[in-house]
Structure formats: C-alpha cells, structure tokens
Design a protein around this ligand. Structure first.
Ligand code: FES
Ligand SMILES: [Fe+2]
Length: 446
C-alpha cells in the first residue's frame, strides 16, 4: 500500500466518522435525526422553574407555564438575547426577565409591554419553539420541519403485557452518541466486560456466543446464541433506527426454560451536543416478567439506571477494578477515533449499523424520506422484535458448534420477525413463535 493510498483511506474514514457523529443543525446526520421524536428529560424534573437544556447542539429552555402547559423555546430571547431560564412562567407562556416580552409555548409573542401600542413586532417575529409531548413520564420533542412531523411512536413493549409499567430514567454520557449506540451492536462485550472481568451479568453470558445481526423492518437484531447447560440460550436486542435500543435482562442463568418476545428496557441515545448524550428511556415492570433482574422501580430515575457501571458515581479505583459500560464507552474518547480502530469479525454489528445509518442519512439528504425504518403498526402500536429464550435441547449432540448455533439462532429470529407481521395480538404471536422455535430446535439437523 502506498503512503498516498493509506492517507486517502484515512481521509475517507475521517469523513465517514464526521458524517455519522455530527448532529448539529444543518449537518446531514443532525437533519436526519431531527425527523424523529426524541425524549429529552423526565417529566418529574420539570417543576416551577424553567430549565436550560441542550439538544442536538441547540440551546433551549423548557418550562411549565402556570396553566401547566409545557413549552420548549430557544434559550435566548428574540428581543436582545437574555436567557429564558431566568424568565417568569405566566398563566399563558413565559415572560422574559429583561424587558418583559412574553412568549406562548409555541413561540408566539404575546406581549412587548415597553413598546408603543402601535408596535407590530408581535405580528412579525416569534421565538423559536419545538413541540413537546409527555409519554409515561418522559418528555419528547420533535425538532424537524413542521410539515413532516410524524406521530409519536408507541412501541408494543410499552403496553405488552397489558399491566406493564414503563418507568422512566436517564443518564448523562459525556461522549458522542454513536459510540453509545455501537455498544448495543456489540453483543460480544457482554461476555468480556460484564462477566469475564466482572460479575455483572449471569454466568451464562461467559460462554462465547455465535453472533448474528438479522434485519427487521425497523433496523436489526443484535443477537447472541449460546448452548448453556443443555439449553439454546438466545438474547436478541432490537437496534431500531436511528437511536433506539431494546434489551432483555442480564440475569438469565439459562438453567431452566424461559421464553419472551419483548424487552426489559427501551432506550434512546439522544445527542445534547457532539460530546454529550443522554441514555434515556424506560425500564418495564410487569407481573409476567417479574423474575427478570432484582431491581425495583425506585432504582430508576435521573442518573439512576439500576445497574452497576452506568455512571461515574463510583470511586475511580473501584471503576478500574470493575469497569462497566460507562467506563468502556466514555473512555473511547469524546468522539471515538474511528480512523485508527482495528475491526474484527465480531464487530460486524457495528459495521452494519454504520452502513444503515449512512444509507438513511444519504436518503434523507437526497429525498428527505429514507426507505427505512418501515414499522409494522398493529392497532396503532409499533411492533418490535427483541427476544430472549432458554429452551431445552432434546438431543445433547446437537448445537455443539458455533456454526450450528448461528444457523439456529438466525432461523429462530426470522420466525420472530415474520410472526410480528401477523394480524394477531402480541401474546398469541409469542406462543405461536415459541412453538415454531421449539420445532426448529428439535427438528433442525445441524
Ligand atoms: S431581552 Fe428579553 S425582553 Fe429584552
Ligand atoms: Fe454492556
């Protein structure tokens, strides 16, 4: 390889990395991501005072007016730029502290009290604003073009089983959003980071798995298939474009049979700017999956993610002795250096995500509507695909090789994906899919 050739590869890698990691306004990735709703804080955080926040590099202020309506406005007042974090919430909207201009939650200027009565400022100008919706205790906003605002997505995992209680939480990650998403596309780290160098996941995760990355209508499944104690043990996480992940628990020992289509956690990775993001979402509590994990709803909230190693709260030396996701991912750097990385075959989930994201960004830039995600909606709810099971292998000679496990895991994942197209309630699909997977385990000849 000539020096010129290798330096042009470096330039190309650096450009690709910039394309995927830069999310401010008017960047291709930033504009693509603005075409989705994103959660930005817990509803319970917002009390009587406004709060200054950052989202996708934009400085904003969120507030609750005295009629209990929530507004999200550009931080700096349209008059001469005082921050609305010092504004006074009014019966309708918020009043700037400096000269009393009053803004409604949609940015309409309601009053300019020191200006003459004949002033037309109110008709000609407005404060920048974004819509806000509350769902299960999280506040969401949409920062894309007004004319193409999608519905706020309701995922099947929020309401299946029907007694499910989504409990909101958020954690600040002081690094670029992409490396947090890539962590979820990397199931092999569960064996090393979470078991071999610690005891964070059940010992079943220590067995090195067969990996696969199976397409779904909304992204792909990041899956690991293992033979543990005579069971096929599969953990398949949803990677949903562009920044949602859904994961089952970490405590399944695979020593007895279990089966679920669904997840224990739904999270978004939302850029505040290119060096900070929120890991924000819900943990799902319901009777059916109660044995999963040992945490309670009280373990989740602001800077509380219910699992060791998700923040920097532990003493530094303790984190060195038993590092967690936070330590591995944040220590990659503010923006992980993707020019000098050395990818192996176990990194194919990461490569797949980068390709999908690049395709989606380019499609959005060119046509302003990417071909995917293309969700299946059943009775107003988006179908998703995360699943986890441990099912007994009748013939112990089967599935002893990584190749055989990979074939089985993939066929079983396709059964989950195809099942979700059926015009049936989720619980019926779950039992049908389980029967189909049992058949695959017992009748497939590796
Ligand atoms: S700066 Fe806000 S009213 Fe003057
Ligand atoms: Fe992890």
């Amino acid at each position: 390889m000539t020096d010129t050739h290798s330096s042009s590869i470096h330039v190309e890698k650096a450009r690709n990395s910039e394309l995927l990691t830069q999310t401010n306004a008017n960047t291709p990735c930033g504009e693509y991501m603005r075409s989705y709703w994103h959660p930005f804080m817990l509803e319970s955080e917002l009390k009587d005072l406004p709060i200054a926040i950052k989202l996708f590099g934009e400085e904003l202020v969120v507030f609750r007016d005295r009629s209990n309506r929530i507004g999200l406005l550009h931080k700096h007042c349209a008059h001469r730029g005082a921050s609305l974090e010092f504004g006074i919430p009014a019966d309708q909207g918020i009043q700037c502290c400096y000269h009393g201009w009053k803004f409604d939650i949609d940015g309409t200027i309601l009053e300019t009290p020191a200006e003459p009565a004949t002033s037309t400022i109110k008709e000609r100008f407005r404060q920048g604003s974004y819509p806000v919706r509350e769902l299960h205790g999280l506040l969401f906003t949409y920062m894309g073009p007004k004319g193409s605002m999608p519905e706020l997505p309701i995922l099947d995992t929020f309401c299946n089983p029907s007694d499910n209680q989504p409990v909101p939480f958020r954690v600040l990650m002081p690094c670029n959003w992409l490396q947090v998403v890539e962590n979820a596309c990397d199931p092999i780290h569960n064996a090393f980071l979470h078991v071999i160098v610690s005891n964070q996941f059940a010992s079943s995760f220590k067995v090195l798995p067969a990996l696969d990355f199976v397409d779904t209508p909304i992204g792909f499944l990041s899956m690991a298939t293992r033979n543990v104690k005579g069971h096929v043990f599969v953990r398949a996480s949803d990677i949903i474009m562009p920044n949602i992940g859904q994961f089952t628990g970490a405590s399944n020992n695979a020593d007895k049979e279990s089966f679920r289509v669904g997840c224990g956690r739904t999270r978004w990775v939302v850029p505040l700017d290119d060096g900070n993001c929120h890991y924000i979402g819900y943990v799902h509590f319901n009777e059916k999956h109660k044995p999963y994990g040992t945490t309670t709803p009280e373990d989740y909230g602001v800077e509380r993610a219910g699992f060791i190693g998700q923040t920097d709260e532990r003493p530094y030396q303790e984190r060195q002795r038993e590092p967690g996701d936070y330590d591995a991912v944040v220590s990659q750097g503010l923006v992980a250096n993707r020019v000098s990385e050395t990818l192996g075959v176990t990194d194919r989930g990461i490569v797949k995500f980068r390709r999908m994201l690049t395709t989606a960004i380019m499609a959005h830039t060119e046509k302003s509507k990417p071909d995917f995600p293309c969700p299946v909606i059943y009775q107003g709810v988006m179908r998703t695909y995360a699943h986890e099971y441990a099912l007994k292998i009748q013939d112990p000679e089967k599935f002893t090789s990584v190749d055989a496990l990979q074939v089985l895991g993939k066929l079983a994942a396709l059964a989950v994906v195809e099942g979700q197209f059926k015009d049936l309630p989720a619980q019926d699909i779950e039992s049908e899919t389980k029967a189909q997977i049992l058949k695959l385990i017992n009748e497939t000849h590796p």
